[in-house]
Design a protein. Structure first.
Length: 321
C-alpha cells in the first residue's frame, strides 16, 4: 500500500488486469485506471486534496463536506457521485448509513470517506484476486452493486424482524413489542431518508453526456436504480405493516383494559348494595333490627347472600356476564 498516510487504498490498474500499489503519488495514465481512496480523518488528507489532487474548489468542497446526501452531477472534467451504504461496522447501527464521495475521471477514481465501508473492501478483494475494474465506469457500477447488495440484506432483515413481531403479537410482553416496533420504524425512516435521493442520483447518471460511462455502465446503473426502487417499495410496505401492527397492539391493549374495567364494574355493582346494607347495619344508633336477636347476623348474611345471587342472576339474564 502507499507510504503516504492519507491513502487507505492506492492502486494503478492496467488493461491486462494487473495492478500496482504505487509507493509514490502518480498521475493517471491513458492505459490504466488510478484509484486513490482517502481517509479524511488522517493528517494531511485535506491539504493534499486542496493542493495536489488537481480538482477544483467545488469538487473539493463536495469531497470533504461533513454532512452529505446522495447526489450526482457532471462537469466537463468528470463526474461527482456521493453515495450511502448501510453501516456494517462492528458496534454501529446499520441504519446509520456511511457516506462515500467519488470524483470520477476517465482514468482516475478519487474517493474519500470518514468511516469504513465494506463495499470498498469488496472491490479491494476483487482487485487482489485478479478481477479488477478496468475503467472508472466499471468501478462505479461495481461499487453501486456492492452497496445495493448490502442494502438488500438490511431490507430483508427488516422484513424478517417485522414478521417475527407480527407472530409474537399475542405472546410478547407489551414493553418489548413497543420497543421492537419503535426500533423498526426508526430504522426504516433512517434508511429511506437516503435511499430515495440515492435512486435519483443513479437515475441522473443514466442521462449524463460523458464518455466516462459506457452504454453498458449506464444499463447496469439503471438496473441498480430499479433495485433501489424495489427496496424503497419494500421499506414502504414494512412501514405500513409496522403501522398496522402498532394499531393492532394498541387495540389489544385497549381490549385488555376494557376487560379489566368490565370485571371491576361487575364486582362493584354486586358489592354496592351489600356495602349499603353493611353500612346501614353498622350505624351506632338505637333501634337497629336484630341487635337483641342471637340469629341477627345469620339473617343479615342470608339476606345479603340472596341479594348478591339475585344481582348475578339479573346480570346473566341481561347477558352482562
Amino acid at each position: 500500500m502507499s507510504e503516504a498516510p492519507i491513502f487507505i487504498h492506492h492502486y494503478k490498474i492496467n488493461q491486462d488486469k494487473s495492478f500496482d500499489s504505487p509507493a509514490a503519488i502518480e498521475k493517471p495514465e491513458p492505459d490504466s485506471l488510478l484509484w486513490q481512496h482517502i481517509n479524511l480523518g488522517l493528517p494531511g488528507a485535506i491539504t493534499w486534496l486542496q493542493e495536489s489532487s488537481n480538482i477544483d474548489t467545488v469538487i473539493f468542497e463536495s469531497l470533504t463536506a461533513e454532512e452529505t446526501r446522495p447526489r450526482s452531477f457532471t462537469t466537463k472534467n468528470g463526474l461527482l457521485v456521493v453515495l450511502r451504504g448501510v453501516n456494517n461496522n462492528p458496534g454501529n447501527d446499520p441504519e446509520d448509513m456511511v457516506s462515500i464521495r467519488l470524483w470520477i475521471e476517465r482514468n482516475r477514481v478519487l474517493s474519500t470517506r470518514n468511516r469504513a465501508m465494506l463495499a470498498v473492501n469488496d472491490i479491494v478483494k476483487s482487485i487482489e484476486a485478479g478481477e479488477p475494474p478496468l475503467t472508472s465506469g466499471e468501478f462505479l457500477t461495481r461499487l453501486v452493486n456492492q452497496l445495493a447488495d448490502r442494502i438488500g440484506d438490511f431490507v430483508n432483515s427488516i422484513e424478517d424482524d417485522m414478521s417475527t413481531a407480527e407472530d409474537g403479537l399475542e405472546s410478547s410482553e407489551p414493553s418489548q413489542l413497543r420497543a421492537t416496533l419503535g426500533t423498526l420504524r426508526r430504522q426504516i425512516a433512517s434508511v429511506r431518508r437516503f435511499l430515495a435521493p440515492q435512486r435519483d442520483a443513479l437515475d441522473r447518471l443514466n442521462h449524463v453526456d460523458s464518455d466516462i460511462l459506457s452504454s453498458r455502465d449506464k444499463q447496469r446503473l439503471r438496473e441498480e436504480s430499479d433495485r433501489i426502487s424495489r427496496y424503497l417499495e419494500d421499506l414502504d410496505l414494512a412501514r405500513e405493516r409496522a403501522i398496522v401492527l402498532q394499531e393492532a397492539f394498541l387495540s389489544q391493549l385497549a381490549q385488555q383494559q376494557n376487560t379489566r374495567m368490565y370485571v371491576l364494574s361487575v364486582v362493584a355493582a354486586v358489592f354496592l348494595p351489600l356495602t349499603f346494607v353493611t353500612g346501614l347495619l353498622g350505624m351506632n344508633v338505637g333501634g337497629l333490627p336484630g341487635t337483641n336477636n342471637p340469629n341477627g347476623f345469620l339473617i343479615a348474611t342470608i339476606i345479603m347472600t340472596c341479594a348478591a345471587l339475585g344481582l348475578c342472576l339479573i346480570f346473566l339474564w341481561k347477558k352482562w356476564l
